[in-house]
Design a binder for this molecule. Structure first.
Ligand SMILES: [Zn+2]
Length: 232
């Protein structure tokens, strides 16, 4: 896709969103300046389990948005070490879910653009070269990573195989945790059910819908936003 065409489509999507939603929080993660989100609680209080120091500790650096999507700068001081540990397992599942997308859309994680593999043990992989070309490496004797049969050749397509190593609900929890972390404090009062569900308590009622949209061009940097539906 041409970059101008992509930009037009992206801007159109933003305009459509703005017609129905207000942007109540927005961070563009394209600068080196560190941002520490704080609720200003003294003693320090965890936004998620609501426990305070010293009942819980805050030694670990809590990324507000996963570093898997290129966040080096946006952190918070209101996620305790216990919750951080729980959320890191959700992030691992989110990473498994997004693996192919993160490779193909060149999302720079902690160790650069991740390679796509069926499992850690396999050598067959899809990776992005320095000149942004896609390299597919197939090791003989391993489970096929791609399917390229006559019908694919005729249609000019390739099928990439995958294995589900994640629990969908935990992938959603990783995303919801990121949203709750950058949520303005005054909005949290409306989200106690969501927070209970995130923390593993049973929760009746509304299930959050998820909408994913993929663009076939890599974005230059990560932006995150909280949108609130306009009352019309
Ligand atoms: Zn906590």
């Amino acid at each position: 896709m041409q970059s101008t065409e992509f930009k037009d489509r992206f801007n159109k999507m933003l305009l459509n969103l703005e017609a129905a939603y207000n942007i109540i929080k927005c961070y563009h993660l394209n600068e080196d300046k560190q941002i520490m989100l704080s609720d200003g609680d003294k003693p320090q209080k965890c936004r998620f389990c609501e426990k305070e120091f010293p009942d819980v500790t805050f030694k670990k650096i809590s990324h507000a948005i996963s570093h898997m999507v290129g966040n080096r700068v946006l952190k918070s001081d209101y996620e305790c070490d216990t919750c951080n540990q729980i959320f890191s397992t959700y992030e691992t599942e989110y990473s498994s879910y997004m693996n192919l997308y993160h490779t193909m859309f060149m999302v720079h994680g902690k160790g650069g653009i991740p390679k796509y593999k069926l499992s850690h043990k396999e050598n067959s992989k899809i990776e992005i070269e320095n000149d942004n070309t896609i390299k597919i490496n197939i090791q003989e004797g391993e489970e096929p990573l791609i399917v390229w049969e006559e019908i694919n050749k005729a249609n000019n397509t390739i099928e990439i195989k995958g294995k589900r190593t994640y629990t969908p609900q935990n992938v959603l929890k990783a995303l919801v945790k990121m949203a709750l972390t950058i949520m303005p404090k005054n909005e949290l009062q409306h989200l106690s059910n969501t927070k209970n569900w995130l923390m593993g308590h049973s929760c009746k009622g509304y299930i959050l819908p998820v909408c994913l949209r993929f663009y076939r061009s890599p974005l230059p940097f990560t932006s995150v936003m909280i949108l609130k539906k306009k009352i019309i």
